[in-house]
Structures are given as C-alpha cells and as structure tokens.
Ligand binder design. Structure first.
Ligand code: CCH
Length: 290
C-alpha cells in the first residue's frame, strides 16, 4: 500500500493557521469540558488514535485516510470517549470542508499540544480521505494491561524505538482516564491541561501501589490520587526505559525535543511526501497576541 501526500498548491500556511486558530479559540471557549480540563487532551488522543493503527508490515492504517470517521473504526472499544473530540471538530470541518479528515485530526492534536504550552510540532498537509474499505480492523491500539515486552513490540509496529516510545507516552501528562471509557480511573498528575514532563517526575517519585479499581481493573495508584497504567509503570520496570524516564524527568527540554520529533513521525507514518513538500510550524494564539 502506497499513500502519497496530495499537496494542494492553492493552499498556504495561512489557510492552515486559520484552522489552527479556530481550534485553539474553541479549546479556550469550551473550557468547562471534563471538569474544566478542557478539550485539549481528548483532541491529542484523537490525533494519536487515528494514527496509531499504523502497521509497518504492509503500510496499512495510520492517519492518511482519515478512516476514524467510519463506524467500524470509531466504534472500536479502544476509541471510547473520542466521539467528544470528533464532535468538537465537526463545526470546524463544516467551515473548512476543503481539509481532509486525516489532516484535521492531526492538526487538532498539534494545536492542542502547542496551546497547552507543549513543544512546537512540525506538521505537513496532504492526507486524503480514503473509502471505508481502507478502514483498519479493530484491535490495533494498545492494551494497557501489559508489561515492557508488549510495549516495545507494540511501538516497533509503529517504527518507534525505545526513546520514541518513552517520549510519546509522556503525553499522559495531559488529561485523565475515565472509568466509563476505558475502565481505568484518575489522572496521571496535577496539571492535566498543561504539557510538561510531570508524567516522568510522578512515575519516579510517587508511592505507587497496584490495586483493583471500581471496574475490577488493575492500575497503580498513589496517595495523591494519581494513577499509572501497567504499560506506564513498565517504563520504570525495564532498565533501558528507566534510564530514559530519568533523563526526561530531569531535563524537560530533552523530553520536548524528542516528543516533537516522535509525534510528527507518528502522525506521518506511512505517508510519502514529495520532495519539497511544505513543513509548517504554527504560531500559538499567545504568539499572535490573540
Ligand atoms: Fe494514552 N490512554 N495510551 N497515549 N492517552 C488514555 C488516555 C490518554 C494508553 C492507554 C490510555 C499514548 C499511549 C498509550 C493520551 C495520549 C497518548 C487512556 C484513558 C488509556 C486507557 C482513556 C479514557 O478513559 O478516556 C496506552 C496503553 C498507551 C500505550 O503506550 C500515546 C502515545 C499518546 C499520545 C502521544 C491522552 C492525551 C489521554 C487523555 C485523554 C483524555 O480524554 O483526557
């Protein structure tokens, strides 16, 4: 399977910055969502889940076709809760209906990370809506009840090495788990709407205890009311991962740099860009004094 980016020469960075700004302003306005965490985290998760179906073996899945819009994909139990992000983006899509769904889902995630004071993430347009027949089967997204061997194997399917796997998981600084979506409960830290290296600091410093939650699923809980999934905790059980966790806990700039490149790679997996395809870095609302 080959997915070639379609570059529309009539569109410039300004067209995409306009969409970015709409999303950013709506995140700011609809601030009461999910106990005042806001829509940022769930938008990041939508961008990740619409990309995380990628399989390097046959180049199938991934963000290119925008297939999350089809029922087969959005009803995957792993995607519970993401309808909130899709509904958030609906009016934006209606206003800018020239953008592809894959471009919109990934742009939404980039916008949400930057507006949460995260790193600048390079983004390229060119995804093309594919028909329903291109929808990957359910079950390609990660299962949280697993250890380091599973995590390493899972990220290898996405062409990610150990540093990239650890950096990407640091997105769990944002948002929280919801019993009704995933069967897990609670946030990973205190600042759920700011993009920081808090996930790594908490992983190393809290007193974690493996417990069964109200849904009967095992998760690590701390006295401060934070949680970790078993796949998160695996990052301090494996010695190679642990070294990287310590580095990111001590050096936020190093985390930001690796996260930015890994996230761009995640969103672009499986897409062939023609030489000279434009690469955009969007301004935040703050940058624009908006
Ligand atoms: Fe995640 N994540 N994630 N995650 N995730 C959940 C929530 C978020 C796993 C499981 C879960 C990444 C990797 C993994 C976010 C970003 C990323 C939830 C709770 C589970 C379960 C969902 C709920 O209940 O609403 C597992 C397993 C992995 C494997 O490594 C990666 C990679 C990213 C992005 C780069 C974000 C953000 C959330 C918060 C969503 C929200 O609604 O607050």
């Amino acid at each position: 399977i080959v997915h070639i980016a379609a570059i529309n020469k009539d569109r410039t960075i300004d067209d995409y910055q306009r969409i970015y700004n709409k999303i950013a302003e709506k995140i700011r306005e609809d601030d009461e969502y999910d106990g005042y965490i806001g829509y940022g985290p769930v938008l990041v998760r939508l961008g990740w889940h619409s990309s995380g179906t990628y399989n390097k073996e046959n180049n199938s899945g991934g963000s290119y076709g925008g297939t999350y819009r089809f029922k087969l994909e959005n009803s995957d139990p792993s995607n519970n809760g993401l309808q909130n992000a899709a509904q958030f983006l609906d009016p934006i899509y209606k206003e800018f209906n020239w953008i592809s769904h894959g471009d919109l889902y990934t742009l939404g995630a980039v916008c949400a990370i930057q507006e949460a004071q995260g790193p600048k993430i390079k983004w390229r347009p060119g995804r093309v809506d594919l028909p329903e027949s291109a929808t990957p089967e359910n079950g390609r997204l990660p299962d949280a009840v697993n250890g380091a061997d599973y995590v390493r194997k899972f990220y290898a399917r996405l062409r990610m090495n150990d540093r990239e796997a650890v950096a990407l998981t640091g997105a769990h600084c944002l948002g929280r788990t919801h019993l009704k979506n995933s069967g897990f409960d609670g946030p990973w830290g205190a600042a759920s709407s700011s993009f920081t290296n808090e996930f790594f600091i908490n992983l190393l410093n809290e007193q974690w205890k493996l417990q069964k939650n109200a849904a009967g699923n095992k998760q690590y809980d701390s006295p401060k009311g934070y949680m970790m999934l078993e796949t998160d905790y695996a990052l301090i059980q494996d010695p190679i991962y642990l070294k990287i966790v310590k580095e990111y806990a001590n050096n936020e700039a190093s985390f930001f740099k690796d996260f930015a490149s890994s996230f761009q790679k995640l969103l672009e997996n499986g897409i062939d860009y023609p030489k000279g395809a434009p690469e955009y870095i969007f301004k935040t609302l703050d940058d624009q004094d908006m």
